[in-house]
Design a protein around this ligand. Structure first.
Ligand code: SF4
Ligand code: SF4
Length: 375
């Protein structure tokens, strides 16, 4: 059965695996495939997953409604529902009530167990202060419409320190995995939150699948230690070894992924010294390669006037830098419609501000386009 962890500060016993609803299966028209997605929720729920995460804009605004249509089958006190306020979409104080009430309606609920300020960074933190968003959430909490207030986060450790010094939060959601421990100094963010006794919800434990799709020469380090464990299971176990982490969110897309995550996190034992060494070796090998640290979150896509398939291009490129398989790179790249390929980027820069990973997207696209003409 699924492991649980206790958040002593807010008296919540949460499942170690959390269900993220940002990459649900979709049909040919891009709509959420209800039968498939509901079967995934059912499998997770029946195996002890009690934390369900969504956000106002996931799946073009349809993800919250999916939970509203799905979780209401189960007793309301048998699961925790988490959603997020789209700080970036708040232009005046009145937007707060409008959006919040819409979220309650979509989710068919009277309250949220966990409510987050979405994707805070330095700029969005200014928006929170300007429109007194936190203060409004405190009022919702007093009215029983929110049980716990937190934030998800995409910036440097100094900013997380400032945010948590300014307001009292019940939990925080950060990007946390063995690569970002070093690559994005997640170690410092973790230690800041630990020192303030703020429980951590983890997002991107497998970095949008990147730590699962390791190239053969790197994955062989893991297999030499344990031939049967998947690359993803190493990443999940590493995250689970950190006691301040209470929930590990996985944005699952298939029933098989749900089952794999259930298998790993139901029986995850701590990594041994030998296994921790293997993780360090793998991290060093990944960091020595050239790649674009894209998590395929798609936040940039809404801004692009030319519909450039940014995450698809970066995924094809990252696969290439790991496999050095030119033929496969070309084939994958050709699957992207011509009008949405890298050479159609006009370097307007509109996408960059949306990227939580601070990738200079147009520069990377130009380099990839150049590479395609030279290999
Ligand atoms: S810089 Fe390129 S990819 Fe980014 S929004 Fe502009 S055209 Fe699209
Ligand atoms: S480029 Fe940035 S915003 Fe776009 S999908 Fe990748 S990580 Fe997300």
């Amino acid at each position: 059965m699924m492991q649980t962890r206790y958040m002593s500060n807010t008296d919540a016993t949460v499942s170690l695996l959390g269900f993220g609803a940002m990459r649900l299966p979709t049909d040919s028209e891009g709509n959420i495939d209800y039968p498939k997605a509901q079967a995934m929720v059912q499998l997770a729920y029946e195996n002890g997953v009690n934390y369900y995460d969504t956000a106002y804009m996931y799946h073009g605004g349809k993800s919250e409604g999916f939970y509203g249509d799905t979780l209401t089958k189960y007793p309301r006190d048998s699961y925790y529902l988490a959603t997020k306020f789209p700080v970036g979409w708040c232009e005046k104080e009145e937007d707060i009530d409008r959006i919040f009430n819409e979220q309650l309606t979509r989710c068919k609920t009277e309250y949220f167990d966990f409510y987050l300020l979405h994707a805070l960074d330095k700029d969005k933190f200014e928006t929170v202060k300007k429109f007194k968003i936190y203060e409004r959430l405190l009022q919702y909490k007093a009215e029983g419409k929110i049980r716990r207030i937190g934030f998800s986060f995409h910036d440097t450790p100094d900013v997380i320190d400032a945010i948590t010094d300014t307001y009292k939060f019940d939990f925080a959601q950060i990007q946390f995995n063995y690569l970002d421990w070093v690559q994005q100094d997640a170690e410092r963010s973790y230690k800041i939150l630990e020192s303030k006794n703020i429980p951590i919800i983890v997002m991107e434990p497998v970095r949008g699948g990147y730590l699962h799709r390791l190239p053969e020469k790197i994955a062989s380090v893991f297999r030499a230690v344990n031939p049967d464990a998947s690359n993803a299971s190493w990443a999940l176990r590493w995250v689970a070894d950190h006691p301040q982490v209470k929930v590990i969110l996985s944005g699952m897309s298939t029933l098989e992924q749900v089952q794999d995550n259930l298998n790993v996190l139901s029986q995850a034992r701590p990594l041994s010294d030998e296994e921790n060494k293997a993780v360090e070796t793998v991290r060093d090998m990944i960091r020595s390669q050239k790649n674009v640290p894209c998590t395929a979150c798609e936040y940039c896509m809404s801004e692009c006037p030319n519909g450039i398939k940014i995450p698809d291009i970066f995924r094809a490129y990252n696969d290439y830098t790991q496999s050095l398989n030119v033929g496969k790179f070309r084939r994958t790249y050709k699957e992207i419609p011509e009008e949405n390929q890298a050479d159609k980027c006009i370097s307007c820069g509109a996408c960059v501000a949306k990227c939580p990973q601070h990738i200079e997207i147009f520069t990377e696209l130009a380099e990839i386009d150049k590479l395609l003409h030279t290999i």
